[in-house]
Design a protein around this ligand. Sequence first.
Ligand code: ZN
Length: 109
Amino acid sequence: MKEIYCQHCSKHIEDRGDLVVVQQGIWAIEPYHTKCYGAVAKGLSGLLVSGPINSRVYSLSIILTVIITIVAIFLDIQGIIKLVVLFYLLYVISMRAWSWLNYERHVST
Ligand SMILES: [Zn+2]
């Protein structure tokens, strides 16, 4: 288990309920305490999906993206659009997986 430190106050994050993983830019993700996230949230800029990655809202947006992707695959639309939708699906899933691998699994529930 590696120790996770908050990007805002540099203190140890001990509890998963107190961990907020936030997307920063396109590929970067950063861990914060719940209260620290509240303090820095306004300055953060996620791409397309903003807000905490380890949240119900994010999980819901993945489910929605899965549905949109399935619908797009069966629609008679240009292949490039299907590719873009598919790429976006892979992107949101990999951000979620990255957050879990890097931070969430190291913090006790
Ligand atoms: Zn903090």
